[in-house]
Design a protein around this ligand. Structure first.
Ligand code: CP
Length: 306
């Protein structure tokens, strides 16, 4: 199946997800062998206008494991010619002459769509402001399937900054493709999941509930997907940030409520919303989740590069 740009989760049909995840399983074996030279001569440009550790490194490691090479700007707002006033569109046109694929993280919602609209080479959205983070959602879904064996019929709690979190938005879109999934949105009042996602779930007959009691939900669900309260998204709404941070913390007390065969996920980075004593529990899946990002992104790059 063909895919060119990767801009939003809605692009991924169930057959495409199945193909991607079969390829991802093969990529796990490729990495175990030390990589391949299949994409030798191919160049990936990573263009990051917002900070990143996992997404940028895993994409770059993925390209190198595939035999390709990377050109990169890690702080594009300061170190690319955008600082001199160049438009995103002009930057993308120019990079089209240097690379075979662009992986871009941007602070503005819709930036990936704008880049894709004028790019001949594939553009992969590595996060666009409070919009989407589709490749994170793909690795999240792969992790759930790998850890729990299936997606259909699962109960998943998304916790924390749901209003401003792009990972939970992208994951909700993907989950809406599966059967009998139940989603619990657990968030402080100021950070509740936005109406467009709730409406999408309703249109796709996905059961959801908005809850405030994490303890009650924790004992019900198969997956607790914790997120960071993102200070950088609050601007001058410091009071809202102070009220929201620390409301939901996954610690060993919450863990003790969870089912033996359940998992705790987090897109990371964390800043205290999962205590470190949770890490040693087998249900703490977040570092395995981050590792899966390498395999999924290798599969994705091979899909768009053909
Ligand atoms: N999960 C995620 O996007 O992490 P980074 O911001 O470190 O890339």
């Amino acid at each position: 199946m063909k895919i060119h740009h990767v801009v939003e989760s809605q692009q991924f049909s169930l057959p495409l997800l199945q193909e991607l995840f079969e390829s991802t399983q093969r990529m796990e074996k490729v990495v175990a062998r030390g990589g391949t030279k299949d994409y030798s001569g191919k160049i990936m440009a990573s263009l990051f206008y917002e900070p990143s550790t996992r997404t940028r490194f895993s994409f770059e490691a993925a390209m190198i494991r595939l035999g390709g090479t990377c050109i990169s700007t890690e702080n594009a707002r300061e170190f690319s010619s955008i600082a001199k006033g160049e438009t995103l569109e002009d930057s993308i046109r120019v990079i089209n002459g240097y690379a075979d694929v662009i992986v871009m993280r941007h602070n503005e919602v819709g930036a990936a769509k704008r880049a894709a609209a004028i790019s001949q080479i594939p553009v992969i959205n590595a996060g666009d402001g409070m919009g989407q983070h589709p490749t994170q959602a793909l690795l999240d879904l792969y992790t759930i399937q790998k850890e729990l064996g299936n997606i259909d019929g699962l109960k998943i709690a998304m916790v924390g900054d749901l209003a401003q979190g792009r990972t939970v938005r992208s994951l909700a879109y993907l989950l809406s493709k599966f059967d009998r999934v139940k989603v619990y949105f657990v968030a402080p009042e100021a950070l509740k999941m936005k109406e467009d996602i709730l409406q999408h779930l309703e249109e796709h007959n996905v059961w959801y509930a908005e809850e405030t009691d994490l303890a009650k939900v924790a004992s019900e669900v198969d997956v607790v997907y914790q997120t960071r309260i993102q200070k950088e998204r609050f601007g001058d709404r410091i009071e809202d940030y102070e009220k929201s941070k620390g409301v939901y913390i996954i610690d060993t007390t919450v863990l003790s409520l969870m089912k033996p065969r359940s998992i705790v996920m987090h897109p990371l980075p964390r800043v205290g919303e999962i205590t470190t004593d949770v890490d040693s529990d087998q249900r703490a899946a977040y570092f395995r989740q981050a590792q899966n990002g390498l395999f999924v992104r290798m599969a994705l790059l091979s899909m768009v590069l053909g």
